[in-house]
Design a protein. Structure first.
Length: 367
């Protein structure tokens, strides 16, 4: 039986939506954004790039196929809150172990359902992503407004330090090493499927905390360095930018999402905050080299300023919805990156060739 307790979503500009409590009964704050994916809610919930964000799903029914222990991108739910139109109470899938409502409740994640998610999406699209609060324990608007005033803006926030691993570790160390390619992956909030795909391409991956120094990476002597996805403002990750700047030209580098932005900043480019970000599994990206269009999985609120790219950096991919940066490549050193998520999970597999491109880059620069 669905929770019949009332709940409120209040946005920073005063717009409010009343619905029913979903998941854990409580209160949460974060930047409210929307995701246009029709499926993949479990991967979205567990993606560390959603740290400190309240995610609104535009698809009307969420939870149809339940929750299972395999389709996770980290060891816990990462979103600050979850907003949906309607939850499926009785999921139908042979892998399902519990309903999405039970999943949220077990991990103490506050949600709200029975709200007009299309109206919320239009509002964010028109006015921009903004902070919000979901509460099923305090329904007083004035009280909630006071609490919202204390929530910091996403701009300027270093969240990589909140989701990174505390110490370095070897990915899937129960398997014998392939001895093909030795990878140092810097964890700004790395998704599990990235690690799976690197391994499937013959990579032995050691994951390092976001605060790792260039000296530690070089002492490890990898064949290549991977810069992961992650949450927050890339400009705030000053230690990561410094490390990557010191690695440029010394090891092949491949970055995704936040890793793309950090690489760009290390190269001297600039980043900026998007009005409402790109989040979903259906974003068209043009590969400038081939002219082909890839349908991509995306999750970012910041972007690289294409006009700020230095002369030794060229754009490789561009978003067809708003012409923003989706990929760059250095012309003089072995380094490239993409803004979107070629590992998908969830999403299409159009761009998984980029992992092979990383392999070829390492192969051509082996000492």
């Amino acid at each position: 039986m669905a929770n019949q307790k009332s709940a409120i979503l209040l946005l920073a500009d005063g717009r409010s939506f009343t619905g029913r409590a979903f998941g854990f009964v409580g209160e949460t704050t974060g930047e409210v954004c929307f995701n246009t994916g029709m499926t993949g809610y479990q991967e979205i919930l567990t993606d560390p790039s959603y740290c400190k964000q309240i995610v609104t799903m535009t698809a009307p029914h969420i939870g149809n196929y339940g929750v299972n222990p395999d389709d996770v991108e980290s060891d816990r739910i990462q979103v600050a809150g979850f907003v949906i139109k309607e939850a499926t109470e009785i999921p139908s899938n042979w892998r399902s172990k519990q309903s999405i409502g039970q999943y949220l409740n077990d991990q103490k994640i506050v949600g709200i359902q029975q709200v007009d998610t299309r109206a919320i999406t239009r509002h964010i699209r028109d006015h921009g992503a903004m902070n919000g609060i979901i509460s099923s324990v305090d329904l007083d608007i004035d009280s909630l407004k006071e609490k919202l005033l204390k929530v910091p803006s996403m701009a300027g926030l270093d969240l990589a330090k909140e989701v990174t691993c505390p110490t370095q570790y070897v990915w899937n160390d129960t398997k014998p090493p392939s001895n093909h390619y030795k990878i140092a992956a810097i964890d700004y909030g790395i998704k599990t499927n990235i690690l799976r795909l690197l391994e499937s391409h013959g990579c032995d991956v050691t994951v390092f905390p976001a605060s790792v120094s260039s000296k530690e990476i070089l002492n490890f002597n990898p064949d290549g360095v991977f810069l992961s996805n992650g949450p927050g403002d890339p400009e705030a990750v000053t230690y990561g930018i410094k490390t990557v700047k010191e690695l440029l030209g010394k090891k092949p580098i491949f970055g995704i999402c936040l890793g793309h932005q950090i690489l760009a900043l290390a190269l001297g480019a600039k980043t900026f905050k998007l009005k409402f970000g790109h989040r979903g599994c259906n974003h068209p990206v043009k590969n400038i080299d081939s002219g082909k269009v890839e349908i991509t999985s995306q999750n970012h609120g910041f972007a690289v300023d294409l006009d700020s790219l230095p002369s030794n950096v060229e754009a490789t991919h561009v978003n067809l919805n708003d012409d923003t940066s989706e990929g760059i490549r250095c012309t003089d050193i072995p380094a490239f990156s993409v803004q979107y998520h070629p590992e998908s999970s969830p999403g299409p597999h159009d761009s998984r060739y980029l992992f092979q491109q990383f392999i070829e880059l390492m192969e051509s620069h082996r000492e």
